[in-house]
Design a protein around this ligand. Structure first.
Ligand code: LMR
Length: 386
């Protein structure tokens, strides 16, 4: 039965968790998996989530099934956060196990309608994007998005590639805080991309996994909202893992605009989700709903998110101030930047300095603290010179 299986390498990013944990060197620095850390190096549960969990503990009447869409209150209250006040009418919305679940479901939906449909994505990207799409049956086409050496978005290359996409092709766009580069499109570039996709009849799939960690909740959704203004068909994979600190609770949503085809799309999404996970895990979405239902908890959540964002941007400034070669990081956004390091240099950072980062040279800036910026910059300088 299992003879046809090919060996699979362990996920390199997730493998870093164990490698780091088992490193006995006390000065070790973890810049690997995308998890926010405060200046003490901890990832505490949001106080607003703790508050919501207390409410749930006291008031949740049952754990009986909610249905395939998940928590409808969560979906309804997240809609204005994502799409803007008074926007988002007519969207199909379904709670998913994290943003990954939403991406997979979006890909399954496309493949159910058009087997082997093409999805275009810029490189580099989150390493799991392409495998998710291929596993669902889609054909992945790539174009260069970011030049690591110059630390710039290759916008002309992107537009040239997108001008060749066909009607019904899907195009993946990172909503904000691009993973792994931190280099986002400007709002003018978003407008150009949205107009081009609308003109070609292509369908944007916007992956919004870091809303609020870049420039603020509304600012980080501005690109998505530009796409929503331009296109009749849009797929949105949303994650609450980072901006509510819910990581292991796997809390996300898929939103779909399918003007004129709502019912057929809705019924297919429900069927695909039923066959994949039946119903999404409840706890994280219930906690988000409780926060968004309560003015005081909402204000607390927004303040905590502001603190996270400000800290990440302070680390960006500290790095850029410390080494002119890191100047481009100042204007990048979110948890990640992609350093121009060869695999051997990434390896040297780990071996010689106990600094852990993704093999691509991606660093999670939230892994640095006031105390570790300086040793990191020195180690990097040594590796770049060596
Ligand atoms: C990351 O890129 O580090 C995060 O999105 C976590 C993950 O699942 O890879």
């Amino acid at each position: 039965l299992f003879a046809g299986l090919k060996p699979q390498a362990p996920d390199p990013l997730l493998s870093l968790i164990a490698l780091y944990k088992n490193d006995p060197r006390p000065q070790k620095i973890d810049l690997g998996v995308g998890v926010y850390r405060n200046d003490a190096g901890d990832t505490p549960v949001f106080a607003a989530i703790k508050g919501a969990e207390r409410v749930l503990l006291e008031t949740q009447p049952t754990k009986a099934y909610l249905g395939p869409e998940g928590d409808l209150g969560f979906l309804e209250l997240m809609t204005p956060v994502v799409f803007g006040e008074g926007k988002g009418d007519g969207l199909i919305a379904l709670q998913t196990p994290g943003g990954t679940g939403a991406l997979r479901l979006a890909a399954e939906l496309v493949n159910a309608s058009t087997p082997g449909a093409r999805i275009w994505m810029g490189t580099p990207s989150w390493p799991i994007h392409a495998p998710i799409f291929r596993t669902a049956g889609l054909a992945v086409e790539t174009f260069g998005y970011f030049d690591v050496a110059t630390q710039r978005v290759c916008f002309d290359e992107m537009m040239a590639a997108l001008s060749a996409v066909g009607a019904d092709d899907v195009v993946l766009l990172h909503g904000a805080c691009h993973n792994p580069t931190g280099a986002d499109l400007s709002i003018q570039q978003w407008r150009e991309v949205a107009a081009l996709l609308a003109a070609r009849g292509a369908v944007p799939l916007v992956d919004l996994a870091y809303q609020g960690l870049g420039d603020g909740l509304d600012a980080d959704a501005a690109g998505l909202r530009t796409v929503m203004d331009a296109c009749d068909r849009v797929l949105v994979a949303y994650s609450c893992d980072k901006n509510f600190g819910l990581y292991r609770e796997r809390t996300g949503a898929l939103f779909v605009r399918a003007r004129g085809e709502e019912e057929i799309v809705r019924s297919n999404i429900l069927q695909l989700a039923r066959c994949a996970w039946s119903m999404p895990p409840d706890h994280g979405a219930a906690a988000v709903r409780v926060i968004l239902e309560d003015a005081a908890l909402s204000a607390q959540w927004r303040t905590e998110l502001d603190t996270m964002r400000e800290r990440i941007n302070q680390v960006r400034h500290a790095l850029a101030d410390a080494d002119p070669r890191l100047e481009p990081l100042r204007d990048q956004r979110g948890l990640f930047s992609l350093l121009p390091l060869a695999p051997s240099q990434v390896e040297a950072m780990r071996r010689d300095h106990a600094i852990y980062m993704a093999g691509s040279g991606r660093i999670n800036l939230a892994g640095l603290t006031t105390a570790t910026v300086e040793p990191f910059v020195q180690a990097l300088a040594a590796c770049l010179q060596g």
